[in-house]
Ligand binder design. Structure first.
Ligand code: HEM
Ligand SMILES: *[C@@H]1O[C@H](CO)[C@@H](O)[C@H](O)[C@H]1NC(C)=O
Ligand SMILES: *[C@@H]1O[C@H](CO)[C@@H](O)[C@H](O)[C@H]1NC(C)=O
Ligand SMILES: CC(=O)N[C@H]1CO[C@H](CO)[C@@H](O)[C@@H]1O
Length: 339
């Protein structure tokens, strides 16, 4: 038994060594030995959740964005408790249905394979599978991410772009994270499904505000009437894409052409000289949009990772191991639990 475990560890160690020579420290088959059923387990749970609530797909991809953008894809956004990112403005509307799904996938994967797969890897895998279920493109996922020991700081969380941003502000915000114009124009297309709350778009219909970029006046009137009933605040929601609210397609760019983009940050893309060509192209050619979106998702899901012996593999996606009672964190070794 012990020698089998030792032999397996050698295999894993060799695999890790090979992986670490690769640029990002990841590999598509990182868990092939330690958790051969990983992809099936994730796919099954995501399909079940999607069958009950298609909103889990936009909810997952937004969680991934909010995880990766501030300090890298390290599942820091999943942590609860003091100073958690979830308590900070931009994340307040992350949906529990998707946060819970990630944790239940973690439990199932760890039941089958031991504590071998990080919450960070599971978040990316679940997002990939839900995107396809919603009609979107497949994007390639390499694995081997490790989980952060603590939440990102408030300063980092507030580097997330705001819906009031102009295109130059968005380009600066993305540029600071090594994401370029094609990443901005395509990833914003994720607003082709999912929902928002009135506080995120009230600057689009408040009459005393100069609505720039322009909004379709009928659309503005509808939003205004809807949000007049938002008592208590935060109870009303609005679909981001008025054409096909639950489907991942290129109709978001049609919305922009019709001046029915929900956020200023969306509407600006079709107007600003730096982005209008690409946004128009994506409206005309869904294949071109999907191709760029998949590329940009790979980029986003590989931002500033913890790999190798950095970070940890959490016992619970919402809790750092240091806060889990009765475990030996000093000997934390993700692969050991697989044996
Ligand atoms: C470009 C800058 C971005 C801004 C300013 C922005 C802003 C927002 C805001 C304000 C909301 C609504 C929050 C609420 O009121 O509940 C939202 C929702 C959403 N965002 Fe973004 N976002 C941006 C980029 C992204 C990216 C890169 C992705 C993913 C690739 C993304 C995916 C989503 C999704 C899917 C939703 C709907 C979530 C749900 O239905 O639960 N966003 N975004
Ligand atoms: C949060 O902070 C309070 C007060 O400092 C402390 O009593 C509590 O144990 C902390 N909770 C966690 C989960 O760290
Ligand atoms: C959005 O609002 C609709 C109806 O107003 C409601 O049925 C739905 O549960 C809300 N969605 C979320 C995620 O809050
Ligand atoms: C759900 C969640 O984690 N929300 C947090 C998002 O980040 C803001 C700070 O920007 C916290 O206040 C939220 O609690």
């Amino acid at each position: 038994m012990a020698s089998r475990a030792a032999a397996a560890l050698v295999v894993v160690a060799l695999a890790c060594a090979a992986v670490h020579s690769a640029a990002a420290g990841l590999s598509p088959d990182f868990h092939a030995v330690s958790c051969p059923d990983l992809e099936h387990i994730v796919k099954y749970h995501v399909a079940e959740a999607f069958r009950k609530d298609v909103g889990v797909a936009p909810a997952l991809i937004r969680i991934l964005f909010h995880d990766c953008f501030p300090q890298g894809c390290d599942a820091s956004v999943l942590l609860t408790g003091n100073n958690s990112e979830q308590g900070m403005g931009p994340n307040l509307t992350l949906r529990p249905v998707a946060l819970n799904l990630i944790e239940s996938i973690r439990a199932a994967v760890h039941r089958a394979c031991g504590r071998t797969v990080s919450c960070a890897d599971l978040t990316v895998l679940a997002t990939r599978d839900s995107l396809v279920l919603a009609g979107g493109p497949h994007f390639d996922v390499a694995l081997g991410r490790r989980d952060a020991l603590a939440p990102a700081s408030q300063d980092l969380v507030f580097t997330l772009p705001a819906p009031s941003f102009t295109v130059p502000e968005l380009l600066k915000s993305f540029g600071d994270r090594n994401l370029d114009k094609a990443d901005l124009v395509s990833l914003s297309g994720a607003h082709t499904f999912g929902i928002a709350h009135c506080s995120s778009f009230s600057d689009r219909f408040t009459p005393d505000v100069d609505t720039n970029p322009a909004i379709d006046p009928n659309f503005a009137a509808k939003l205004k009437a809807k949000c007049a009933k938002d008592v208590p605040a935060g109870t009303v929601n609005q679909t981001l894409d008025v054409r096909t609210p639950d489907v991942f397609d290129n109709k978001y760019y049609f919305d922009l052409i019709a001046k029915q983009g929900l956020f200023k940050s969306d509407q600006g893309l079709i107007v600003h000289p730096d982005t209008t060509r690409m946004a128009t192209r994506f409206s005309l050619n869904q294949g071109a949009f999907f191709e760029q979106f998949a590329k940009s998702m790979v980029k986003m899901s590989n931002m500033d990772l913890l790999t190798g012996s950095q970070g940890e593999i959490r016992f619970n996606c919402a809790v750092p191991n240091s806060r889990v009672e009765g475990i030996e964190t000093a000997s934390d070794e993700g692969h050991a639990a697989a044996m």
